[in-house]
Write a protein that binds this ligand. Structure first.
Ligand code: DC
Length: 230
């Protein structure tokens, strides 16, 4: 596999299951440090969404990986908000539905799709640093990251958090259905053969079930100060 990592750029890899708070924590840490942010799940979501729009089935490996390779996607920053623009259309909300999440999990199980997205993800590692959020940031994409965190929480707590997040966006969701889907997605993400969801051997496992967001952010920042001396 072609490696194109930029070793001089510090990387914090934050992996873990859906709903563990990776997105919120990664965004807060990146903003506190003034570092770049990679929400790698959004790339799988945009790929699944774009394929679906073109009538391509998630199982059509060749066609979906071509979509992934050719993605015309931009991340536009507006203060703390990030707009995801696919071919001039704002898809920030449309890719967050549970339906797209399920399709993303299916296409993400395909090695050709993962390979098609790897260089695009590594290109996010730019000075002064990168916070990378995903499932295989510490194990595959940034396997030499200076700080690797596996952020988790109980499935009940994760389902409750995701429920609140979607409700706040005005989406119509049911907690039991979300909890069921989340278990199914965890299973698929953990059991797939390529880059399964797991903590890297050198990752610090952080269980956030009982922690508030600022406590988790402070802990990550303190680890960052330990690992990358100022
Ligand atoms: O974090 P998320 O829910 O936006 O991710 C959507 C799907 O993409 C999820 O089912 C797992 C997959 N994914 C992945 O396989 N590898 C990543 N680095 C990020 C996400």
């Amino acid at each position: 596999m072609a490696r194109s990592m930029n070793h001089s750029v510090p990387v914090i890899a934050i992996d873990g299951p859906g709903g563990a708070g990776k997105g919120t924590i990664s965004q807060a840490v990146a903003s506190r440090l003034g570092w770049h942010l990679l929400d790698s799940g959004s790339l799988y979501r945009v790929t699944a969404y774009a394929a679906h729009e073109r009538g391509i089935s998630p199982g059509d490996s060749e066609a979906v990986s071509e979509v992934a390779r050719a993605l015309d996607v931009r991340f536009e920053h507006n203060g703390p908000d990030i707009r995801i623009v696919l071919e001039e259309n704002d898809v920030s909300n449309s890719i967050r539905t549970e339906e797209v999440g399920k399709m993303a999990s299916l296409v993400a199980a395909d090695p050709a799709v993962r390979q098609a997205l790897i260089d695009r993800q590594r290109a996010f590692a730019r000075a002064p640093g990168l916070v990378a959020d995903g499932r295989d940031m510490g194990t595959v994409v940034f396997s030499d990251a200076g700080l690797k965190i596996f952020l988790t929480a109980s499935v009940e707590e994760r389902a409750r958090r995701r429920y609140k997040q979607l409700k706040d966006k005005g989406m119509d969701v049911s907690l039991p259905a979300l909890s069921r889907d989340m278990k199914e997605r965890d299973r698929r993400d953990s059991e797939r053969l390529v880059a399964p969801l797991r903590a890297a051997d050198d990752a610090r496992v952080l269980d956030s079930t009982e922690l508030a967001i600022p406590e988790v952010v402070d802990l990550v920042i303190s680890w960052r100060n330990e690992v990358f001396p100022l």
